[in-house]
Design a protein around this ligand. Structure first.
Ligand code: NCD
Ligand code: ZN
Length: 349
């Protein structure tokens, strides 16, 4: 039995750092495990210009602990009025690594998102020409669509059309939660990939709704039924490299203070950063796919994003590790993913 696993240092291809004191409190958790991270732009106000992204990047860099190497990769929040010239310039200057499309009101801080997907086709056209990656929060949020059907509906209504209209646009279907999304990505060209969170590999919707409402298992897109979870696990750990390389690690770590989760209208988001690698490796271990973990965590993402893989390595060891029920943050507390549980792996460094 494998008791330690050493892999190239991974990257997190989707997360939320927030800003200010919360950002300064959460950045060290990610910088400890990951070399780089794609930082989501859903601040208030959102990061919509290269100038804003440059400043935000500096604030994040200043929060990285001394002696730790970590590089934030910035994204541009797309709106109905995105300036394609600014986006292209920001990408050319190395400020933007990708642009993120949130359908308006799909999730936390997405009120300025895109209201008319075809309305920003000119921006997609420019992104395709400049080879800028498009990250998509794929959910239709119309009131007549059941919350559990939002992702599948998005594929039919929008994503298939975007992929067809812009065959050379690199698209990351973010935090996928359904077998529909897995099948779409598998059937797509090499320009289509997806990130998968630890929570969607570990839990189905029962974990949110059985035995009382479980706010710390609530995120968007919401966890789906068990068959979908199994499809995600099969995709992430696939023995077929042609399938596996389309899926990579993106925690969607989304910090909300404990009080904001345990509330009459609890926020969506799971704080996955502190024990992210332990969480993912547990899944690969359970699936007897430890030999495929490095590709998912450290190789597939850089290949898709056309970035170099990291040269350093990290080691995980098989040992019982209790996860704290809560962590201090800005004088309050936050519940980490797996809070209060026992994991079977520990990040050594
Ligand atoms: C994210 C957040 O809190 O910013 N929440 C979440 O549940 N994942 C937004 C998002 O990625 O949808
Ligand atoms: Zn997210």
């Amino acid at each position: 039995m494998v008791d330690t696993l050493t892999i190239r240092r991974p990257d997190d291809w989707h997360l939320h750092f927030r800003d200010g004191d919360i950002m300064r409190g959460v950045v060290p958790y990610t910088a400890r495990q990951f070399a780089r991270a794609i930082v989501m732009p859903n601040l208030t106000p959102p990061v919509t210009s290269a100038a804003m992204a440059r400043e935000y990047r500096e604030r994040i860099r200043a929060a990285v602990p001394q002696g730790v190497s970590f590089e934030p990769l910035m994204t541009c929040y797309l709106t109905d009025t995105t300036d394609a010239d600014d986006l292209a310039r920001g990408a050319a200057e190395g400020v933007f690594t990708a642009a993120k499309m949130y359908p308006a009101n799909a999730t936390t801080n997405s009120a300025s998102g895109v209201t008319d997907v075809e309305g920003i086709y000119p921006v997609f056209e420019r992104m395709e020409a400049e080879d800028i990656v498009l990250c998509i929060h794929g959910e239709v949020v119309d009131a007549d669509i059941d919350v559990f059907d939002r992702e599948a509906e998005f594929i039919d209504r929008y994503l298939a059309g975007i992929a067809q209209t812009f065959p050379n646009l690199r698209i990351v279907f973010e935090h996928i939660t359904t077998s529909d999304a897995v099948e779409f990505v598998k059937a797509g060209s090499e320009k289509i990939a997806a990130t998968i969170t630890p929570q969607h590999l570990h839990i189905n919707r029962n974990a949110m709704l059985v035995g009382g409402i479980q706010p710390h298992n609530y995120c968007l897109p919401v966890a789906k039924r068990e068959s979908h979870r199994l499809a995600l696990r099969a995709a992430a750990t696939s023995a077929d490299p042609a399938i596996a390389r389309k899926f990579f690690l993106g925690t969607d770590s989304a910090p909300h203070l404990r009080g904001d989760k345990e509330s009459e209208c609890g926020c969506a988001g799971i704080f996955g950063a502190p024990y992210a690698l332990e969480s993912y490796v547990t899944v690969f271990d359970e699936e007897e796919a430890l030999d495929r973990f490095e590709a998912f965590a450290s190789l597939n993402g850089p290949t898709f994003y056309k970035l170099p893989v990291n040269e350093e390595t990290v080691t995980l060891e098989r040992v019982a590790m209790p996860v704290p029920a809560e962590l201090p943050l800005v004088g309050e507390t936050i519940v980490p993913w797996h809070g209060g549980q026992m994991l079977g792996w520990r990040f050594v460094g």
